[in-house]
Design a protein around this ligand. Structure first.
Ligand code: NAI
Length: 250
């Protein structure tokens, strides 16, 4: 069992909550952040039931001061940050093909999925440098490695996450800071539910694009994030781990 601390942004729901639980079950102190206090407190209760020490810090990842506060509250309570999971993200509006999509949607996607991840990386790295090391896992997507129709703007934001991951991994490789990303296939969470409800996709058509012909579970992804973030992958950095039912093998 580890006596280490993980921060999971957007950790009150979906993949983030499952990731927080995976680290909690492995003995980590867990800090989750999110914008919604009620959802945060409910997730916190569930995490504490594993016996882990846990904390919720209200944070909007698009606000740099919020991210700085998240790091400093974590250090006040648990001293160091061993693992930082940049999970908070949005799918954006489904507006059609690129020529029918709006500047506003693109800006909003980049604000959360890219600038939010940049703030998390920037301040986690500074804290990890002081502590002598650490590990960062960013949430990319199959949309960060491939072109997906009706999702050009989301694809652009997730390709940017891959770029930030690889460049920073090279920059900090000799400083004990590992930086990796995970690229999930389609997972049934709130993000996907809203795309389905908008009528652009059905669950069946999304399942059909994966060779395994099913959607992934939040636990499928949480296990991959735990592997990349924990000391189980000490020689891995700058890697984008596809957990996607075979999507990238096609
Ligand atoms: P989700 O909607 O349950 O989780 C996203 C979380 O991020 C929510 O708790 C949301 O409130 C939070 N969030 C959004 N904007 C935020 C902000 N500005 N500040 C703080 N928190 C914010 O959906 P899911 O699926 O668990 O998403 C987690 C990550 O996984 C996202 O980065 C998403 O892009 C990525 N992903 C999801 C896939 C899927 O099929 N569900 C596939 C590939 C990647």
């Amino acid at each position: 069992m580890e006596n280490k601390t993980v921060i999971v942004t957007g950790g009150s729901t979906g993949i983030g909550k499952a990731t927080a639980l995976a680290f909690a079950k492995n003995g980590y102190n867990v800090v989750i952040s999110g914008r919604n206090n009620k959802a945060g407190e409910e997730a916190l209760k569930e995490i504490k039931e594993t016996g882990a020490e846990a904390l919720f810090v209200a944070t909007d990842v698009t606000n740099e001061l919020d991210v700085v506060n998240l790091i400093s509250k974590t250090k006040d309570t648990f001293k160091t940050i061993d693992v930082f999971v940049n999970n908070a993200g949005i799918a954006g509006a489904t507006e059609g093909f690129l020529a029918d999509s709006s500047e506003q949607n693109l800006r909003s996607l980049f604000e959360t999925n890219v600038i939010g991840v940049f703030f998390g990386m920037k301040h986690a790295i500074k804290s990890m440098q002081e502590a002598g090391g650490g590990s960062i896992v960013n949430l990319a997507s199959i949309a960060g490695l491939n072109g997906i129709p009706y999702a050009a703007q989301y694809c652009a934001s997730k390709h940017a996450v891959v770029g930030l991951t690889k460049a920073a991994a090279v920059e900090y490789a000799t400083q004990g800071i590992r930086i990796n990303a995970i690229a999930p296939g389609a997972i049934k969470t709130d993000i996907l539910k809203s795309a389905i409800e908008s009528g652009s996709y059905s669950e069946e058509t999304i399942a059909a694009i994966h060779p395994m012909k099913r959607l992934g579970t939040v636990e499928d992804i949480a296990n991959g994030i735990y592997y990349l973030g924990s000391s189980e992958s000490p020689f891995m950095t700058g890697h984008v781990l596809a957990v996607d039912g075979g999507y990238n093998a096609q």
